[in-house]
Design a protein around this ligand. Structure first.
Ligand SMILES: [Zn+2]
Length: 407
């Protein structure tokens, strides 16, 4: 706002544009009031031409001044409503989806941050596919007085998948990693999107060459946390109707809609078939298996496959924009949802606590480019919070610390 002073008797004749943008913007005092004077009809499909917005049914108009870009339009909310910030989770939390683990240089800082958030266990999913790399990480954790605060998952090396001997080596490495202290297996999103088989074709999530790995996880009694696909809009045309336009504009590697790339439905279907084909293996669908935008589908998946649970990292904006449906879902499937954050940013966890624990309304999300909308709290009951924060993780992941949890 400018510091321009307008005598009160004049306000009625000064256009809104002058008040908003200042006389310096070159707007005449006799500008037309908002209305139909400069409007054009909607197009045949009922939408407005580019650069205009619907001002009356069937009529579209351009702003009188150049509109800001979506980067620069940052409206302040005038809503006055109760605010309940939640810097520390109400119950201790297992973060089942992190890529951070302690080093001698970082452990004191990490513990301080974790204590402030009530984050009791941080699970580093980036353990690596080399059993020696797992051993190094686990040995360090066990050498500290804080061995119950950190855990490590192993990964699989897909180079040469499908070639003779690949599966035997992958399973042997996984067994050695578990002996060295890994408590689960993490599969990255590259499987299904970019990973190639030895013969050069795309390695599909449900390719039978992977079956020995999934079966080994059942035998070893460890869960598989799997990131498949990406948000649905990452597979859609990169146009002005795409609700992730800004993110796709910022990060070219997230564009998954080129010819020859698998579709969202293809990758999701491959993963869900693989879940069904290995009922004895426990699978955790990272990022809510990317069904957070369609909770009916998420529910159908859980109804059909008792070996599957879902994890909430990086999709908080899906729950926060449909707090009533999300609350119902969390109540109905309270035994099937785990907490995870993915990117370790201490200042971002409290947004999760606030969405899950409060009934606050219309508050900011932490990344504008993820979501142009505001969040609302789900007001979850204590018993559901405990299950999401740690009880479900403890059931699915036997290698987590067992002692010291509230009932
Ligand atoms: Zn991750």
């Amino acid at each position: 706002m400018t510091d321009m002073i307008v005598p009160s008797r004049m306000i009625g004749i000064v256009s809104l544009a002058v008040l908003m943008f200042g006389a310096g913007a070159g707007i005449g005092l006799l500008a037309q009031p908002a209305g139909r004077a400069n409007s054009v009809p909607t197009r045949a499909d009922g939408t407005c031409p580019p650069g205009t917005t619907e001002v009356r049914p069937g009529r579209c108009q351009a702003p009188e001044v150049p509109p800001p870009s979506i980067l620069d339009y940052r409206p302040r909310s005038t809503l006055v409503t109760a605010e309940h910030l939640v810097p520390k989770a109400k119950f201790p939390v297992v973060d089942i989806h992190s890529h951070t683990g302690p080093t001698p240089e970082t452990i004191d800082r990490l513990l301080g941050e974790m204590d402030a958030l009530n984050l009791r266990v941080l699970v580093n999913l980036s353990g690596g596919s080399d059993p020696a790399a797992i051993k190094q990480k686990v040995d360090y954790i066990r050498s500290t007085p804080h061995a119950d605060r950190f855990r490590v998952f192993a990964n699989v090396n897909f180079d040469g998948a499908g070639a003779p001997g690949w599966a035997e080596k992958a399973v042997a490495d996984l067994e050695a990693s578990v002996r060295n202290g890994a408590i689960g297996l993490k599969i990255y999103k590259s499987l299904g999107l970019t990973t190639k088989k030895a013969d050069g074709t795309r390695l599909k999530v449900d390719d039978p060459v992977l079956a020995p790995v999934w079966d080994a996880c059942a035998r070893l009694d460890i869960p598989v946390i799997i990131h498949s696909a990406e948000p649905k809009e990452f597979f859609s045309p990169f146009d002005y109707e795409n609700e992730r336009w800004l993110e796709l504009a910022l990060f070219p590697s997230r564009r998954n809609f080129s010819p020859g790339q698998p579709s969202f439905e293809e990758v999701q279907a491959e993963r869900d078939r693989m879940f069904a084909a290995h009922p004895k293996t426990r699978f955790i669908g990272a990022h809510f298996a990317y069904y957070g935008h369609d909770l009916a589908r998420a529910g159908a998946l859980l109804d059909r496959l008792p070996n599957v649970t879902l994890e909430v990292s990086a999709v908080l904006y899906e729950f926060g924009r449909q707090p009533r449906a999300a609350r119902e879902f969390f109540l109905e499937y309270q035994d099937r949802i785990l907490f995870g954050k993915d990117s370790y940013q201490p200042q971002e966890y409290p947004y999760y606590w606030r969405v899950f624990e409060t009934a606050d309304e219309y508050f900011d999300y932490y990344r504008d480019y993820h979501a142009f909308w505001k969040l609302y709290g789900m007001d979850l009951p204590d018993e559901v919070l405990k299950k999401v924060y740690y009880k479900n993780a403890l059931r699915v992941t036997p290698g987590l610390p067992r002692a010291g949890w509230p009932d």
